[in-house]
Design a protein around this ligand. Structure first.
Ligand code: PLP
Ligand code: TYF
Length: 391
């Protein structure tokens, strides 16, 4: 049987981790996988996470089962932190998931209960989006989101696509720090999106994986909250991987927004039923850490501080990257006004390969760079090496 299976390609981003590790050159630089790095190149456990783990070690008395919905204290605390006290004036309900990916998959399973439904995604997007929606048998519609040469969002194409979508269709929206382009939407874009979604009866699914790494916890959620305030129903997949540096702990949640408790309970019941039939219940440790941070003022304060440090470092490198790359292509000055860890360089896959072979600079074939992969003082020299390869 195994021999009859089709060979599958590994995730290009995760594959790059192993390739980079195997490169013996000392000057190698990893601009590949999207994990935050500090100025020494490490991805440390956050101070508040360490404190929370110490607290859990001392106080946790059982590791018995919790149930498919996960930890209610985590869900309440994360909802408050993510959506604020008034959560757009809507009712909400949540379920804990194995990371943001688990959240997206669970949300996709719910959408796919109606096989005629289509989900619209802007391209380019995170490599895994298409795979997740295809895996549950949803129809996927795409529209062009970003012009790499101009380093600009194609907002007209986006709005025209939504305007022509069929009522009931879902729309995937990245909340902030767009992967892979870094490009943000303007407040007017968000208002237009909210109006079209409401008028056409579309269902927004937010992928919220980087809140706090762009302009701030509240700022990064502003567009999403505009939509939630305006539309009838919404779904949000939250990842704690980046904002709490909990990557491998697989911590996240799906939240449903609506106007009636009974409907939300039905939604959560269906999500829980999918969870039961696939992984039973989510891993507990990461969620217990997040709850222990958000519920205790001094730990929460330490977390807010460290998240700000991370955000400020990213913004500083971003400004240096924009300045250095604008010398090669003036449009790349826009990198300074983009947000989060990623930007997308105009470069061919062949030249990405050449850069890797000749200079030990690693990025996926798409030309996406993780700006946090550089130290500020190295940006100019990295740009000098990449510049000649740009398209
Ligand atoms: N969504 C986007 C846009 C991402 O970049 C990632 C990256 O990891 C995820 C979701 C999934 O994150 P998680 O590691 O929590 O599954
Ligand atoms: O885009 C990235 O680099 C991050 C990390 O299957 C990631 O989102 C990449 C691929 C993947 C899971 C996480």
């Amino acid at each position: 049987f195994f021999d009859s299976l089709t060979e599958q390609k590994p995730d290009p981003l995760l594959e790059l981790i192993a390739k980079f590790a195997a490169d013996p050159r000392s000057g190698k630089i990893d601009l590949g996988v999207g994990v935050y790095r500090d100025e020494t190149g490490r991805t440390p456990v956050m101070r508040a996470v360490k404190a929370a783990e110490r607290h859990l070690w001392e106080t946790q008395e059982s590791k018995s089962y919790i149930g498919p919905e996960g930890d209610p204290a985590f869900l309440r605390a994360l909802a408050l932190e993510t959506f604020g006290e008034h959560h757009g004036g809507r009712l909400l309900a949540g379920i804990q998931t194995p990371g943001g990916t688990g959240a997206l998959r669970l949300a996709a399973e719910l959408l796919a209960l109606d096989k005629r439904r289509k989900i619209w995604i802007g391209t380019p997007t995170w490599v895994n989006h298409q795979a997740i929606f295809a895996a549950v048998g949803l129809q996927v519609g795409t529209y062009r989101f970003f012009d790499i040469g101009k380093q600009a969002v194609l907002d007209d194409e986006m709005l025209a696509t939504l305007q022509n979508a069929t009522p009931g269709d879902a729309v995937l929206l990245q909340t902030s720090c767009h992967n892979p382009t870094g490009a943000g939407l303007s407040p007017q874009n968000w208002l237009d999106i909210a109006d079209i979604i409401a008028a056409r009866g579309l269902l927004p699914l937010f992928d919220n994986a980087y809140q706090g790494l762009g302009h701030g916890r509240i700022e990064d959620a502003a567009g999403m909250m505009t939509v939630i305030e305006t539309v009838g129903e919404a779904m949000v997949a939250v990842s704690c991987s980046k904002s709490f540096s909990l990557y491998r702990e697989r911590t996240g949640a799906v939240y449903l927004f609506g106007d009636q408790h009974a409907q939300l309970n039905k939604g959560i019941g269906n999500l829980a039923s999918h969870a039961r039939a696939s992984y039973s219940m989510p891993p507990a440790h990461g969620a217990a850490i997040v709850a222990a941070i958000l519920q205790e003022p001094s730990r929460r304060h330490a977390w807010v501080d460290e998240l700000s440090e991370m955000r400020n470092r990213i913004a500083e490198i971003r400004r240096a990257v924009a300045e250095a790359f604008a010398q090669f292509r003036p449009e790349l000055a826009n990198i300074a006004s983009q947000e989060g860890m990623f930007s997308l360089l105009p470069i061919s896959p062949e030249n990405v390969g050449q850069l890797q072979a000749e200079h030990g600079i690693y990025m996926p074939d798409s030309g996406r760079i993780n700006v946090a992969g550089m130290r500020v003082e190295d940006v100019a020299s990295v740009a000098q090496r990449i510049g000649p390869y740009l398209a």
